[in-house]
Design a protein. Sequence first.
Length: 224
Amino acid sequence: MNKKIMLVDDEEGIVSIMRNYFKMLGYQVITAYNGQEALKKMSCSPDIVLLDINMPDMDGLTVCQNIRKYITCPILFLTARIEVTDKIKGFSAGADDYIIKPFDLDELGARVAAHLRRENRRQEQSVLRFFNNMVIDYAKREISINGTAVSLSKKEFDIVELLSVNAGQVFDRERMYETIWGIEGDGSSDTIMEHIRKIRTKFSSVSPHSYIETVWGIGYKWNG
């Protein structure tokens, strides 16, 4: 799916030029000509926002402060001039970069692409976790230990995910069963014991480390 870029500027000529340029590059383009319109259209969940600072009624700093609580995508300010104090205010409001007008379109496109690549890397990294010699990719639902892939069933991975995401927290069998199978599950908490036995067998075939620890009389916790 093409990346969505939101262009916010009260100068229609600049918006038109940027819109045509980014459409030519294959972006989905959303435009707004003032701060209020930008806020209304923010529900489109853009991948990146180019935001003019000097707009009437509601300036770019105010827009940025209002939306930063709800969106994590890069926000690049467009401005004709900038002082150090203005940059500090902008970064404090949640901006990621500044583009000085007049700008070269190809340089602008390169800056936008660079921020999107960085954002993609951040999102990809956020679904990976490292424990001892284990790597868990939660998005792909894959686990490897010492470089060797470990194949788990869906429920086995669900158990590992629950424990590892909440590393150090102790879960009793009943709670684990209700979380993974749901309260309508037709088995019992003993099912958890059998699944953990299988998981441990698979892990021990490639590593001596005990990743799932039994807390006697209570339940299990992750030992990364």
